[in-house]
Ligand binder design. Structure first.
Ligand SMILES: NC(=O)c1ccc[n+]([C@@H]2O[C@H](COP(=O)([O-])OP(=O)(O)OC[C@H]3O[C@@H](n4cnc5c(N)ncnc54)[C@H](O)[C@@H]3O)[C@@H](O)[C@H]2O)c1
Length: 386
């Protein structure tokens, strides 16, 4: 087996998602294990970290056994030793960075959202295709162990006919007044590319369509629960994007579902995200790691609200959680971002099919955009395939 280097520029290397998930949990382990076997070869990612803070770059490079870093993006793009450009810096600068990388002849792999609008995404796609370069979008939630288990139930026909779903996501993000906010302030500013719809709906698009089929149309509301926040410097700012949304989705197979997403809710659910699917033969709920199912045979006969004698004691007689069975873990799961990287590297070096291409990433943006429009105009918005 021959070992071949694959040069990858990581832009936004000092950011949270790039330094942890993409570097520490995906690329660094692949390198530490001696590379990724692809056909008869081993592919060794050769990394160049790009960021703006030298001190942080040195620290992250050292922690992950990487020798090359720079604060000069243009110099990195000019280096022919690197054929892939990965974009994970702040959202508002993404389009420009990807455009530069395409001009420099790099294959591109990008965090979500891939572009601010569908139109800009399609123009980027035209450019990358015209240049004969490869492209990919991060769609990591497809590989969450809980969602993989749920998907397996779909594939074996566990649900019968799927009749509905609900996807619930969120937690309380402090406004920074008494307790520091646990998310960077750009997430709550239009100028920073923030907003809950463009942040999380791209994920929900690929999760829903890959598992349940095409979305036909959407209706949505979006609002701002916490209009004033304190930023990293202790300064107050006005939030000019939504931090809470509710979406109604009609699938092409005539089933309906909802997405409830919020940075202003307190968790009392099985997990930070739960995907609940109901079918004629069974239902299941997936969290990040675990999944619980209830078949038709295990479905209790609920007769309605009846507190009975227990009402006097303040206790309800039934525990509805008893009728759910946990779906066992039958395979070893990998970090979802690593699954994405392995797929993209195989796509680059061996032309293996890669489902999460830029077109898929644009479709992810399309759901967010359609929901923004639906919320602003208070109408149903169709989601045609581009
Ligand atoms: N796939 C996922 O689940 C997931 C999760 C979190 C974030 N993300 C995406 O990853 C991106 C980064 O998010 P994060 O949470 O790591 O944010 P972050 O704020 O931790 O990191 C952003 C990085 O961008 C850099 N940056 C800011 N402005 C810049 C500019 N003008 N030019 C160059 N670099 C600049 C910052 O220095 C920082 O290193 C966002 O687009 C976000 O939507 C994806």
């Amino acid at each position: 087996m021959a070992t071949k280097d694959l040069g990858i520029i990581l832009h936004g290397a000092t950011g949270r998602i790039c330094s942890t998930q993409h570097l520490q949990n995906a690329l660094a382990p692949i390198r530490a294990e001696g590379g990724l076997p692809v056909g008869d070869d081993i592919v060794m990612p050769r990394l160049l970290l790009v960021g703006r803070n030298e001190e942080r770059l040195v620290e992250i490079a050292r922690a992950n056994n990487v020798t090359d870093w720079t604060t000069d993006l243009d110099a990195a793009l000019a280096d022919p030793a690197y054929s892939v450009f990965f974009e994970a810096a702040a959202t508002h600068q993404r389009l420009a960075a990807l455009g530069k990388a395409i001009t420099a002849g790099k294959h591109i792999y990008t965090e979500k959202p891939v572009a601010p609008t569908v139109a800009e995404g399609l123009s980027l796609l035209a450019d990358v295709e015209a240049a004969g370069l490869k492209h990919g979008a991060v769609e990591d939630k497809l590989y969450l162990p809980g969602f993989l288990k749920l998907n397996q139930l779909i594939e074996v026909g566990f649900f019968g006919r799927i009749v509905g779903f609900r996807l619930e996501f969120g937690w309380w993000v402090f406004d920074g007044k008494d307790t520091p906010s646990q998310r960077p302030s750009w997430n709550y500013k239009k100028s920073g590319g923030g907003g809950l719809l463009s942040d999380m709906h791209p994920h929900w698009r690929y999760v829903i369509e890959n598992m349940l089929g095409p979305i036909r149309q959407v209706a949505a509301t979006a609002w701002t629960a916490q209009p004033e926040r304190i930023d990293e410097n202790g300064d107050a700012y006005q939030v000019d994007v939504e931090d809470s949304t509710t979406t109604l989705i009609e699938l092409a197979n005539d089933a309906f579902g909802t997405i409830q997403s919020s940075w202003a809710t307190r968790v009392r659910n099985d997990d930070l995200v739960t995907f609940h699917v109901d079918g004629t033969a069974g239902s299941a709920v997936a969290g990040l790691r675990r999944c619980w199912a209830q078949s038709a045979a295990n479905t209790p006969i609920v007769r309605g609200f009846d507190l009975g004698a227990e009402a006097n004691t303040g206790k309800d007689g039934a525990d509805y959680l008893d009728d759910w069975r946990e779906v066992p873990e039958t395979v070893a799961y990998k970090n979802p971002y690593r699954v994405g990287w392995e797929g993209f590297i195989r796509h680059i070096v061996a032309d293996a099919p890669f489902v999460s291409d830029l077109r898929a990433g644009i479709r992810d943006v399309q759901l967010a955009e359609a929901c923004s429009q639906a919320a602003a105009e208070r109408v149903w918005v169709p989601l045609p395939q581009h």
